[in-house]
Design a protein. Structure first.
Length: 134
């Protein structure tokens, strides 16, 4: 990385840490921070979050779409898609935004495409510029 890139990464990491501190008890901060770290090449953050959730028995308090996002950021695409399919069955409120913003980088994956087709039917899907994987 060039010095300019490193300075930008440091600034972005500071902003992400501030988001995490101010998100309170919510799990969204963990999802956003794991996405940020994974896009920066560090999937270990998402793995640590998943390990912590398992250790304290908090998995049931995290919506399936968000749990799938953590799995995706940790590098487990198959498990992430399983969680996403579970979110469809649960009629998760976060599903549309998760499909486009977080999971949009999987467009072309048959499981992702089938899940997106169930949710969006014939409507177009906006794929966010920060979808994962990039």
């Amino acid at each position: 990385l060039r010095d300019r890139d490193l300075a930008g990464l440091t600034e972005a990491e500071t902003a992400a840490a501030r988001l995490l501190r101010t998100s309170g008890e919510g799990h969204q901060g963990l999802v956003f921070m794991s996405q940020f770290r994974a896009r920066a090449g560090d999937p270990s953050y998402a793995r640590r979050v998943l390990d912590s959730l398992t250790r304290v028995g908090a998995r049931s308090r995290i919506p399936s779409a968000d749990y799938g996002a953590l799995l995706l950021h940790a590098g487990d695409t198959s498990a992430a898609l399983s969680a996403l399919e579970e979110a469809v069955e649960q009629r998760s409120l976060e599903l549309q935004s998760s499909l486009s913003v977080i999971f949009g980088g999987l467009k072309g994956n048959p499981r992702y495409d089938a899940t997106a087709a169930r949710v969006f039917q014939n409507r177009p899907i906006f794929i966010g510029p920060y979808s994962f994987p990039p």
